[in-house]
Write a new protein. Sequence first.
Lengths: 113, 110
Amino acid sequence: GQQLNQSPQSMFIQEGEDVSMNCTSSSIFNTWLWYKQDPGEGPVLLIALYKAGELTSNGRLTAQFGITRKDSFLNISASIPSDVGIYFCAGQLGGGSNYQLIWGAGTKLIIKP
Amino acid sequence: NAGVTQTPKFQVLKTGQSMTLQCAQDMNHEYMSWYRQDPGMGLRLIHYSVGAGITDQGEVPNGYNVSRSTTEDFPLRLLSAAPSQTSVYFCASSQHGGQYFGPGTRLTVL
């Protein structure tokens, strides 16, 4: 099935470092979403982007909706141990009442001790 | 609000058994969906619903049935469980794009 290209697949970083991950697609999306999943839990919505060029922050997290509507990035500043987890991007193609999403494969964030 | 709730949290089935995974949301969301997540992988859409009485297939619908008789509930039925259906199942609901997930059901089929 259709999928977003999310990179990197995993990241090993030091506490305090900034993190950047992105998703690209050949399709144009109306909405970009970023989720975080902790082990044994369901994904939790971090940031939702609804407009091309939109830059939105949620605490230390910043995400942007690419101007071409085919990409998005997520930045985490000054990473802390609780940032560990898997981050997923998701894009919504259609509008109206169909909120079907296309998902990236995830970026696993690991903080080096 | 309880958000999205799923039961059971864990289930072990034998091959060929049937069962229903329950999902309920109290946010009056029209859109609900079921995903499966296999180890080290992302989410794959099984079925979804854009409102009561309306369901449609996602990416991996084979072996699963759904119904949506009310806005609140969206059960997922496994007709004849197979080992390939061992996975974690997530239900989600949405009203304006961002989907909210339940805690998941961890299913093992022996």
